[in-house]
Write a protein that binds this ligand. Structure first.
Ligand SMILES: Nc1ncnc2c1ncn2[C@@H]1O[C@H](COP(=O)(O)OP(=O)(O)OP(=O)(O)O)[C@@H](O)[C@H]1O
Ligand SMILES: [Mg+2]
Length: 312
């Protein structure tokens, strides 16, 4: 019983400019834009959807293996995965490429300027979903376009149920691509903004998507989540966060909870709450893999938050 987590690995370089972009960018000079920001603070974090989901799932005692493509600069991340005990047999290095990386500069008004280099992620399709390794569940999270298409088809052909999680990969797909993914998937999960984009591209409202899959899960940040399942709408409450530090990666933490619940056959009340709890724990820490989690700690936090035992 193992989940295969298809998606990206990335380094997130996060810089804070202790000023305001608008004071450096002159509107009448925008045609010859040439600005440099001195950023005394730089953090380099391990990220990418497959890495993040695998980190969370492994930390709560779940069985999951990430599958993704990385570059020749992956060594520090590989060491981190090994420290965390994440099984990296499906993490493949592509020669001549860097690992995907984001360079995010934030100013004091919380404006962001981001550059994203996909690097090895664009080769995601060199990996194939294994059919002889006891994979019982999958997720297709944001990754190279062809990789997402191929892995969804490979899961469907192998009869392995999977979650379709288009996330920030949504702009790469047209309505007909999304309809095919929805048709192949057993579950679909998006945040509320992405739900709007999917509706715009496919013409399908959440309740209509839910008719085509076993469940559609829509996350709503601090407001929790909604599970659309078998003609009904189930609201999943948020867990009040001890501190709100950084919302990045809450979606990936949430997805680890979904995989864990689904793998253990838990009902949506339990699966949704576990996912919600993990998102709430994550929001209290910078980065996407810096929050400490243990199976026992998660069980304890679950019963404190909801007043009943997790049971898995
Ligand atoms: N401020 C918060 N307080 C409590 N729970 C939160 C908070 N933010 C997020 N969560 C939990 O995490 C889940 C996922 O968050 P969100 O909807 O922001 O995902 P997302 O937009 O996909 O995030 P990202 O793509 O940045 O990882 C929410 O459904 C909620 O359960
Ligand atoms: Mg997201």
């Amino acid at each position: 019983m193992t989940a295969l987590i298809c998606g990206s690995f990335a380094y997130d370089n996060i810089m804070v400019y202790p000023g305001r972009f608008r004071e450096q960018i002159l509107p009448d000079r925008i045609h010859i834009l040439n600005v440099a920001f001195l950023v005394p603070e730089l953090r380099r974090e391990f990220g990418g959807c497959a890495g993040n989901i695998a980190y969370n799932l492994n930390a709560i005692g779940g069985a999951g293996r990430p599958m993704g493509t990385v570059g020749t600069d992956f060594e520090p991340y590989a060491q981190w995965l090994s420290t965390c005990g994440v099984d990296d047999r499906h993490v493949r290095q592509v020669d001549g490429c860097y690992t995907a990386q984001a360079y995010i500069t934030t100013d004091l008004d919380d404006n962001q300027i981001t550059a994203f280099h996909p690097g090895a992620m664009d080769h995601a399709h060199v990996n194939t979903v294994p059919t002889d390794e006891g994979i019982t569940l999958g997720i297709v999270a944001p990754d190279g376009r062809q990789g997402m298409i191929d892995h969804a088809t490979q899961f469907a052909d192998a009869g392995i149920p999977f979650i379709f999680d288009p996330g920030q990969g949504l702009p790469m797909f047209e309505g007909e691509d999304l309809l095919r993914f929805i048709d192949q998937a057993t579950w679909v999960t998006v945040n509320d903004y992405e739900a709007g984009l999917v509706q715009q591209k496919t013409g399908l409202a959440p309740a209509q998507i839910a008719e085509r899959v076993e469940a559609l899960i829509v996350t709503r940040g601090a407001e929790g989540a909604v599970v659309w399942c078998k003609g009904r709408r189930l609201d999943i409450p948020p867990v009040p966060a001890a501190e709100i530090v950084d919302p990045t990666g809450c979606g990936d933490a949430f997805r680890a909870g979904l995989l864990h619940g689904l793998m253990h056959g838990a009902d949506w009340e339990v699966t949704g709450r576990l996912a919600s709890l993990l998102g709430s724990i994550k929001v209290g820490h910078h980065g996407t893999q810096n929050h400490a989690l243990t199976p026992e700690g998660t069980r304890k936090a679950f019963s404190t938050a909801f007043g009943f035992d997790l049971g898995i």
